[in-house]
Design a binder for this molecule. Structure first.
Ligand code: CA
Length: 434
């Protein structure tokens, strides 16, 4: 991934415009943010090969559920021959593989029953903010030891940026906008959004944002997403008012508990009423506490962190914070996919998890540092189906008014068809000058 400076030979990051060691402008410097794609969205299709020789295509970002189900079914058949093998190890392997594949089949059939036809493919999450040194003139992050800013070439002071060696937590203020829209095609809005404050002891506050994208027939999806929002919000408000977690890990545990409480309630409600059977929802939560961001996610509603000065390891201004169950990775793990071309795309995940469809659920959580200028953006797939990551970042970072940014993003999705409900929750982080 890293390149070398042609003048002094030092290692430079892919997006660097200036060498951090000698300060020379680099000949293949990254384009300005507005002109450079943030992520390569034109990846060629990925092809996997099954153990039984069947091939399996993943288009640029979506995969047909029926095709995938068929692939998994034929893999089960292939492994079933192993059950009668004279070799005990083979028999055990086959049994384990069939067990794993059956779980995947169960999940896929449930989603098909719920009317879902495709699942999306996403990348592994990037490492964020490996930079310690802020450029005094442009604010861009630079690696420890850099003498010149990789973005503007200015001479750097060796000042730590992200609290290294310092216990001072920066005072930040937050501006929050939450919007949801039915779109142009659906009759109902099955998305739910929420944004609001949570009171912590000692007059402190946390800020809670969430997006839930319901699925299931008629009113069931709407009910599921609303219930997920309400149950998790009430749980977080109650617990953080009485026992605010002291650490990132403890906040993540609290978030997982809140999401699991929502999962249980929806699962029970789905089984108590035949009209609601099979309903489910995604749930993505962002909790901002002091200068920390805590994220929990199940399903394919996304959270992004955006900042003009860069958020990722290589200085990209946009990073997706959420991902999900990796179906392809699991298939590779259990030997069902030969990772031929998947090997050249090792960072791809397929999403297939949801809240309320099983009695228990795995919840992804992570914590990140917040910086002034950050925008945290949550959205449902109704946005990302029509608007690329690059466009989301450009609108969110380029628009000075947060409300207008949210309106523009929803407008873009609607102009391009608005096939699904569209939800956007955005938080802009600033230094608290008050
Ligand atoms: Ca949706």
């Amino acid at each position: 991934m890293n390149a070398h400076c042609p003048f002094c030979g030092a290692t430079v990051m892919p997006r660097s415009r200036f060498c951090p060691t000698c300060g020379q402008a680099l000949p293949q410097a990254a384009l300005p943010f507005s002109a450079a794609p943030l992520l390569d969205v034109s990846d060629p299709p990925v092809e996997g090969v099954l153990t039984n020789g069947k091939r399996f295509h993943v288009s640029s970002d979506a995969l047909d559920l029926r095709e995938l189900l068929h692939v998994v079914e034929s893999s089960v058949q292939w492994w079933q021959r192993g059950l009668t093998s004279s070799n005990a190890v083979t028999r055990e392997q086959a049994a384990r593989a069939i067990d794993e594949l059956s779980q995947i089949m169960h999940s896929l059939s449930q989603q098909l029953a719920q009317g879902r036809t495709t699942i999306r493919v996403t990348r592994r999450l990037p490492a964020l903010r490996a930079f310690d040194v802020a450029c005094p003139s442009c604010g861009c992050g630079n690696r420890a030891g850099a003498r010149f800013c990789q973005r503007c070439g200015a001479l750097l002071q060796a000042a730590p940026r992200y609290g290294v060696g310092s216990v001072q937590s920066r005072l930040l203020s937050f501006q929050i906008v939450a919007r949801t829209d039915t779109g142009r095609v659906r009759q109902q809005n099955q998305d739910a959004v929420y944004a609001g404050e949570i009171d912590l002891p000692g007059q402190k506050k946390a800020y809670l944002c969430l997006v839930a994208d319901g699925m299931g027939g008629a009113a069931a999806g709407e009910y599921a997403s609303r219930l997920a929002a309400d149950v998790s919000r009430a749980y977080l408000e109650r617990e953080s008012a009485s026992h605010p977690p002291p650490t990132d890990d403890a906040w993540q545990t609290l978030l997982r508990d809140a999401v699991r409480a929502a999962n249980r309630r929806i699962y029970d409600a789905a089984h108590a009423d035949s009209a609601r059977r099979g309903m489910g929802t995604t749930l993505t939560i962002a909790l901002l506490v002091g200068d920390r961001l805590h994220i929990a996610s199940v399903g394919d509603s996304r959270a992004y962190l955006l900042n003009l000065h860069g958020v990722t390891d290589d200085g990209a201004p946009s990073a997706q914070l959420t991902s999900d169950h990796s179906l392809v990775a699991r298939l590779v793990d259990i030997g069902q996919l030969t990772p031929e071309q998947a090997r050249t795309h090792p960072q791809r995940n397929i999403l297939y998890r949801s809240i309320g469809t099983d009695p228990s659920v795995d919840v992804d959580t992570r914590s990140e540092a917040l910086e002034p200028g950050d925008i945290v953006l949550l959205c449902s797939d109704g946005l990302v189906n029509h608007v690329s990551d690059e466009e989301i970042a450009q609108v969110a970072l380029g628009e000075s008014d947060l409300e207008r940014a949210a309106t523009r993003l929803i407008g873009l999705a609607n102009e391009r068809g608005g096939r699904d409900n569209i939800s956007v929750v955005m938080v802009r982080v600033a230094s608290d000058t008050g």
